[in-house]
Design a protein around this ligand. Sequence first.
Ligand code: ADP
Ligand code: TYD
Length: 195
Amino acid sequence: MFVSFEGIDGSGKTTQAHMLASTLERYGGDVVLTREPGGTLLGEQVRELVLHGDHVAPWAEAALYAAARAQHVDQLIRPALGRGATVVCDRYLDSSVAYQGGGRGLGLETVLELNLTVVGGLVPDRTFLVEVRAETAAARVGATGDRIERDGIALWSRVASAYRELAERFPERYVVLDGEREVDAIAGEVLDHLR
Ligand code: ADP
Ligand code: TYD
């Protein structure tokens, strides 16, 4: 089983990904918790480049995230799924579609196509979209924030509508969660759904 968590920065998806992974581990499962950008050495290097470097052109950004993702799938996700593990991923290809395709205006379709190509068509069995208002997210993220987080609320609202479009387009894998609630209530809904 391959599960991803998506949402704008500060939506609470990292919290939920960690909670799900530890619950599944308590049940004795083989669980791989990973994140994007990241999950491999190359991925962590890309993370450093795009999140902490100077201005990156939108297509350069999209290509770097796609490169990191290709490596992630090849080196970590496919092998884990192959041995029967459950993979819980904090962000996956929908992040590129929403942020680069929607937020940066590169186009949802083009960015989706690029990403489906580099991962050989591997999409999650379930994608949990944690939805919160931009104000809630901004308050949660506070003053700390990486480069993209500083671009602020206008970008986030474009990203949020792109996620909505994805959820409507792929209802068979998308589960939309109300992220304004308590952490435990959201985690409970995730588990109920997976059961
Ligand atoms: P993301 O990965 O989406 O950026 P995080 O899980 O890192 O979000 O959460 C961002 C901040 O909000 C953290 O300080 C976290 O403790 C807090 N947080 C997460 N979920 C909730 C929630 N449901 N209600 C209130 N605060 C939350
Ligand atoms: P991360 O630090 O994991 O996000 P969060 O602050 O939500 O916990 O992600 C870093 C940033 O990278 C986040 O602003 C979204 C962005 N991003 C993209 O723009 N495209 C992508 O494909 C990915 C994976 C992330």
